[in-house]
Design a binder for this molecule. Structure first.
Ligand code: PMP
Length: 357
């Protein structure tokens, strides 16, 4: 009898990642992709130039130590370079966290629904997901998450703002949570949408990790910095944790094009953050217009809004598709719409009015 190679059983159990789809072209209509929480702005000329220059070295491997990027990040944030770990997008860091801290069967606690890569990375790493339901308003239930920690828990992830529902935790809530979690458990604060947060008592990630030996911040150039296609994220963490994350990283995982673009972006934060400010304004306008047509949405602190549509999620997404807009539906739960081109919002509001609760 012949046998074929079999992946580990957990590999067969990995859920599929459903990426946001591009819009289907409709005759006479400009179409818009609001399905992946991307930054709608085109690259800054200086960033594109730096990336193009780096691309001329494509026959060479990148700097595996990301030396210049760490120096630029360290200076920008006022942290030592030993506290940094770069990765192929911040999603790469989730894999590295599981790989570095979990034995097979160890538990990773996170809210659900949240970023869909969490169950994928946890399962791929042979660990077990413990998903703690969000509150009805889309916030993390941090008390329930702390209560879900067991002897097998090695990592807990706080996604703030939460993708896809939008609310962020406050500093006071985060402090209380960290105090409730044993100090040998890694507390990951996923700050992918950090730059879009506008609220009182917002989390100061840097001050927080500096106060604790078990806190890891994960951040990305994909959203506020508009580099989603280049795949560069980083962790800020106490030195031993950052070293563990670097140890399990994919060698040469951050290309020199990505490193150069990220460094050029750090030099252009004034321009980039002005764009973020504009997106935050667009978000406020959209939320206000949606309120006028009958929608009270969860607090939107990221570059997206969340419609808790339940069983109507797929119908809503199809209606958006018919008017040339792709959005991200989660069947039976809701629809996430990214804050992209404001020209698309009339159509979003028109569809939302038809589906108002
Ligand atoms: N964390 C959260 C909460 C996200 O929503 C995303 C992207 N959708 C990421 C991490 C990963 O982003 P990237 O890998 O592009 O840095």
């Amino acid at each position: 009898m012949t046998t074929s190679p079999q992946p580990r059983p957990n590999v067969l159990a990995i859920p599929a990642y459903v990426a946001g789809k591009p819009p289907v072209a409709r005759p006479g209509l400009t179409s818009y992709k609001l399905s992946s929480n991307e930054n709608p702005y085109p690259p800054l000329p200086g960033v594109l130039e730096a990336a193009t220059e780096a691309a001329a070295q494509m026959n060479r491997y990148p700097d595996m130590g990301s030396t210049a990027l760490y120096a630029a990040l360290g200076e920008a944030m006022g942290v030592p370079v030993e506290h940094l770990a770069a990765a192929t997008g911040s999603v790469g860091l989730i894999y590295q966290l599981v790989n570095a801290f979990c034995e097979p069967g160890d538990e990773v606690v996170y809210a659900w629904r949240s970023f869909e890569a969490y169950p994928i990375a946890v399962t791929a790493g042979g660990a077990a997901s413990v998903q703690v339901p969000l509150r009805a308003d889309g916030h993390h239930d941090l008390d329930a998450m702390a209560a879900a920690v067991t002897d097998r828990t090695k990592v807990v992830i706080v996604c703030t703002p939460n993708n896809p529902t939008g609310p962020a935790v406050t500093q006071a809530e985060l402090d209380a949570f960290i105090a409730n979690v044993p100090s040998h458990v890694v507390v990951v604060v996923d700050e992918a949408y950090l730059e879009f947060v506008r609220m009182d008592d917002a989390v100061d990630g840097i001050a927080t990790y500096q106060r604790h030996d078990n806190v890891v911040l994960t951040r990305t150039f994909s959203k506020a910095y508009g580099l989603a296609g280049f795949r560069v994220g980083y962790a800020v963490a106490p030195a031993p944790l950052a070293a563990a994350l670097r140890a399990v990283s994919l060698p040469f995982g951050v290309s020199h094009v990505a490193q150069a673009a990220a460094i050029a972006s750090l030099e252009a934060t004034d321009e980039l953050f002005a764009r973020v400010e504009d997106l935050v304004e667009r978000r406020a306008n959209l939320v206000a217009r949606l309120r006028e047509v009958g929608w009270e949405l969860p607090d939107a602190q990221g570059n997206f809004v969340w419609f808790p549509l339940g069983e109507r999620a797929l119908d809503f997404a199809a209606a958006c598709g018919e008017v040339g807009i792709s959005v991200r539906p989660f069947a039976g739960d809701g629809v996430r719409v990214s804050i992209g081109e404001s020209e698309a919002f009339d159509r979003v509001v028109e569809v939302a009015a038809r589906f108002a609760p």
